[in-house]
Design a protein around this ligand. Structure first.
Ligand code: XUL
Ligand code: CO
Length: 440
């Protein structure tokens, strides 16, 4: 088989932290952390759209990426070569999962039937590569945003023909995901939102989106899909206001339509920060509601207001993320999908490897720090002490819901004085630093 990256070998862990070139300095797949290997904890996944599809263009300039599969003789030939190159990348990095949109892996034809045929022939090749390598599908999804037909949205389009087309596309994408044994299926509301309420029937759009998701959940059962259905919130971009704004509002939407049992969340760091939250906030909100399914691992730029999809290198963020994952007992059907792209000027083929290494090392360090924090119970102990007033006296009555306004007023009017504990944020931040510095 043709080798697409002959100058890059298998990426190995190096005990030497200052070794130059492509190697892991923190991620040691087989090293155990709390009884599980790093590979089992982290479940890294490669995103087909960015790694195989991003050409480097931006609103001001053309593609920059040099990609060894781009000279194929036809769109289908290129699609085939992309699969082989993708599996080479994953094997060399030791990444065991991948994710794709239907249109990332095969080009559209002139009709939906032709498009489905293209998809089927590439899926066949992917299936063979999966069985040859043991690499698995983390999740599949449908691209309901690139083609101009989706200008008004897909499930929220004003045009019923587009709604029907989107349903047909998701039906097929779910079948393909099932055939490839996907652990999940993602719904990111690509253009499910609006630019202005002057031309928008919000009630109709939300009702239609809920019905669409209901049909998808029904169809998943019908075809025996055993994976997890996931909603991926994002507040803005491409539309000014996206309906699945953040975890809290998307959960409220699911609950008001009785859909919350069929879905969990795929939480993306850069989407959470665009919503004005920390990544940890959305992870926490999902976790405490038992809705945390999977993660799109990337990071944004705090100085920019759009989705920059950078590879995650912020160790604080990876540590907080892994704390939430560990607190929920690890991923069940989810993983860490690098929904991230190299910068436009990181255009050489080997930058793909450097970028993934940066992300994998950052999460490995975060995992090690998070495990130690959890094992030592430093945050947990502090927090339970901070709230200990609810374990005795009047607090116990409040947490047991055995009181009312009248009794609380009587208590407050009594002789006692209020003595608050300190939040000690700065102390905790310095402790956190030490865990990160020393995690091994
Ligand atoms: C877009 C985004 C998507 C989803 C899948 O911001 O994150 O790539 O992850 O459609
Ligand atoms: Co994403």
């Amino acid at each position: 088989m043709k080798e697409y990256f002959p100058n890059t070998g298998k990426i190995e862990y190096s005990g030497d932290r200052f070794k130059k070139g492509p190697c892991f300095r923190q991620y040691n797949a087989g090293q155990t952390v709390g009884g599980k290997t790093m590979e089992e904890h982290l479940k890294f996944s490669m995103a087909f759209w960015h790694t195989m599809g991003y050409g480097g263009s931006d609103p001001f300039g053309a593609d920059t990426m040099v990609r060894p599969w781009q000279n194929g003789s036809s769109p289908m030939k290129i699609a085939e070569e992309k699969v082989y190159a993708a599996f080479e990348i994953m094997q060399k990095l030791g990444i065991r999962y991948f994710c794709f949109h239907d249109r990332d892996i095969a080009p559209e034809g002139n009709t939906l039937a032709e498009t489905n045929k293209n998809l089927d022939s590439i899926v066949k090749i992917i299936k063979k590569m999966m069985s040859d390598t043991g690499i698995r599908l983390l999740w599949g999804t449908a691209n309901l945003f690139t083609n101009p037909r989706f200008m008004h949205g897909a499930a929220t389009s004003c045009n019923a023909d587009v709604f029907a087309y989107a349903a047909a596309q998701v039906k097929k994408a779910m079948e393909v995901t099932t055939e490839l044994g996907g652990a999940g299926y993602v719904f990111w509301g690509g253009r499910e939102g609006y630019e202005t309420l002057l031309n928008t029937d919000m009630q109709l759009e939300l009702d239609n989106m809920a019905f669409f998701l209901q049909m998808a959940a029904d169809y998943a059962k019908e075809i025996g899909f055993e994976g997890q259905l996931l909603i991926e919130p994002k507040p803005k971009e491409p539309t000014k206001h996206q309906y699945d704004f953040d975890v809290a509002s998307a959960l409220a939407f699911l609950k008001s339509y009785g859909l919350e049992r069929d879905f969990k969340f795929n939480i993306e760091s850069n989407h959470a920060t665009l919503a004005g939250h920390t990544f940890q906030h959305d992870l926490r909100f999902a976790r405490i509601n038992e809705m945390l399914g999977s993660v799109d691992a990337n990071q944004g730029d705090m100085l920019l207001g759009w989705d920059t999809d950078q590879f995650p290198t912020d160790i604080y963020s990876t540590t907080f993320c892994m704390l939430e994952i560990l607190e929920m007992g690890g991923f069940k059907k989810g993983g860490l999908n690098f929904d991230a792209k190299v910068r436009r000027a990181s255009y050489r083929p080997d930058d793909i490897f450097y970028a993934h290494i940066a992300g994998m090392d950052s999460f490995a360090k975060g995992l090690k720090a998070a495990w130690k924090i959890m094992e030592d119970g430093v945050l947990k102990d502090f927090i339970s002490k901070k709230y200990e007033s609810y374990s005795r006296g009047i607090g116990k009555k409040i947490s047991g819901k055995e009181t009312d306004f009248k009794s609380l007023e009587k208590y407050a009017l009594g002789p006692g004085t209020i003595d608050n504990p300190s939040g000690r944020q700065e102390y905790l931040e310095s402790i956190l630093n030490e865990y990160i510095f020393t995690a091994e």
